[in-house]
Design a protein around this ligand. Structure first.
Ligand code: NAD
Length: 254
């Protein structure tokens, strides 16, 4: 399928993990893709790897918590391509911080990337999409919103905030042909997850408390999430908006 032929898509956090899988999938289905990532070197590497496969992908280095940087890279991408049809917000950080050790400063640094940045990018892109009467936005939340397990209070609160912000934006954009959905991954084996699991444990062992409760008892893959993002951001999903697309192996939490 090449559902994104002729479209232009920005993927934040696209240099690694789930964002990279989303950038790959959108480009493979025909989109010109901009990888918006704070790690300029990794964004350049990711864009090169995909360009080497014949895909139209470029690096757009930026810190998504900074409205000026976001505006500058979105402007440049839009003026080169003429329009932005798709925005996927996958940038995220999830350091493990025990509640007793959390300061207001660490709370703010975690919510800045996981929630504030979603406001920043959506606030910037919405008028651009509105001008074209078309847009698709997918925002990353997390299954930790349901379980309350892992990471930190700030991360879980920020990811819950993404659900509310997305619902608001779905109402805001709906009359103008813009859909906005939350993508809620369950436990996914990405490099960042590998960095935070306890020494001596495999990803499978570390994730077992969660994956053992899933109908499909394995950690998810970045491609599992890209599949859902591709649906939610496709032209055919014009009547699907304001929803939480949970992709987590069918766990038995509520
Ligand atoms: P990852 O660390 O592999 O990738 C995140 C990317 O975001 C990195 O390339 C990083 O450089 C970029 N980034 C971080 N801060 C940024 C900033 N200020 N500006 C621009 N880019 C920034 O993470 P991942 O595991 O692929 O997770 C992707 C998204 O999915 C995140 O929002 C995460 O919270 C969410 N999520 C992940 C899991 C999981 O199990 N991996 C589960 C649920 C939700």
């Amino acid at each position: 399928m090449r559902r994104f032929e002729g479209q232009h898509a920005l993927v934040t956090g696209g240099a690694n993990g789930i964002g990279f899988a989303c950038a790959t999938r959108l480009a493979e289905e025909g989109a010109s893709v901009g990888i918006v990532d704070i790690n300029a070197e990794a964004a350049g590497d990711a864009a090169r790897r995909l360009s080497d496969k014949g895909l139209d992908v470029r690096a757009c280095p930026a810190d998504v918590t900074d409205p000026a940087q976001v505006s500058a890279v979105f402007d440049a991408f839009e003026s080169d391509h003429g329009s932005i049809e798709v925005l996927v917000n996958m940038a995220g950080i999830f350091p493990s911080v025990p509640f007793a050790d959390m300061t207001l400063e660490s709370w703010r640094s975690i919510t800045a990337v996981n929630l504030d940045a979603v406001f920043v990018t959506c606030h910037d892109v919405l008028p651009r999409m509105r001008r074209n009467g078309y847009g698709r936005i997918g925002n990353a939340s997390s299954g930790v919103v349901k379980t309350g397990m892992f990471s930190s209070a700030a991360y879980i609160s920020a990811k819950a905030g993404v659900v509310g912000l997305t619902r608001f934006l779905a109402r805001e954009g709906g009359p103008d042909g813009i859909t906005v959905n939350t993508i809620m991954p369950g436990p996914i084996a990405t490099p960042q997850i590998k960095n935070i699991i306890p020494a001596g444990q495999t990803v499978e062992e570390a994730m077992a408390p969660l994956t053992s409760l899933q109908c499909v008892p394995r950690p998810g893959l970045p491609e599992d999430i890209a599949e859902g993002v591709a649906y939610a951001c496709s032209p055919g999903a014009g009547f699907y908006t304001g929803q939480v697309l949970y992709i987590g192996g069918g766990d038995t939490f509520t």
